[in-house]
Design a binder for this molecule. Structure first.
Ligand code: HEC
Length: 162
């Protein structure tokens, strides 16, 4: 590193900061916006582990059950994390979250219901059904994101007109 001239060091820093756009989003976000980003990231981490363990394990493990319960808790809470007026700061939430509220709430409810079914099948120890419900849940994530979440490149910043 110390061998680089300052100009190169700067380029490295710029490249690193572009790669870390997601991290920067967290740094710029405050209040409920930061809270919902953290909640989404936590759920994404559980989903990642579950997609691995549900394939490799031959039973519904205690770890699977506890992750599924955590996902349901977040799903129950999801609308609270998008209150009116939280369409500001560094956020990936599209304005449609608020302007097409009925549709957003419909998808949030569908997600919540999918999480209930996932909890029920994992509590029953039914691995095949747990796998099926897990796939269904991840489709719910995707269908909401398709409509209501911007890509990192479209990240909006406070001060912009929207
Ligand atoms: C009802 C809509 C909806 C559902 C369901 C939903 N999300 Fe999201 N998600 C969003 C929105 C909107 C954002 C952008 C939030 C923001 O930046 O303020 C987001 C952001 C994220 C992010 C990025 C967080 C960040 O750092 O900005 C991840 C990761 C994520 N969601 C994962 C998931 C996973 C995994 C699921 C399903 C288990 C899920 N989401 C379900 C709407 C949803």
């Amino acid at each position: 590193m110390s061998g680089f001239r300052p100009r190169n060091g700067l380029l490295v820093a710029v490249a690193a900061s572009l790669a870390a756009a997601g991290v920067l989003a967290h740094e710029g976000a405050t209040g409920v916006v930061a809270e919902r980003m953290k909640a989404m990231e936590a759920v994404a981490a559980d989903v990642k582990v579950l997609s691995r363990t549900l394939k490799s394990e031959s039973t519904v493990t205690a770890d699977v059950r506890s992750r599924v319960l955590r996902i349901r808790a977040q799903a129950h809470d999801i609308l609270r994390l998008f209150p009116p007026g939280s369409n500001h700061g560094n956020t990936l939430a599209r304005p449609e979250v608020w302007t097409q509220r009925d549709e957003f709430e419909r998808l949030a409810r569908a997600y919540d219901e999918a999480s209930e079914r996932l909890v029920a099948s994992s509590a029953a120890g039914n691995l095949a059904e747990t796998r099926r419900q897990f796939n269904d849940l991840t489709h719910q994530c995707a269908s909401c994101h398709r409509k209501f979440r911007a890509s990192q490149g479209e990240m909006r910043h406070s001060g912009e007109a929207h």
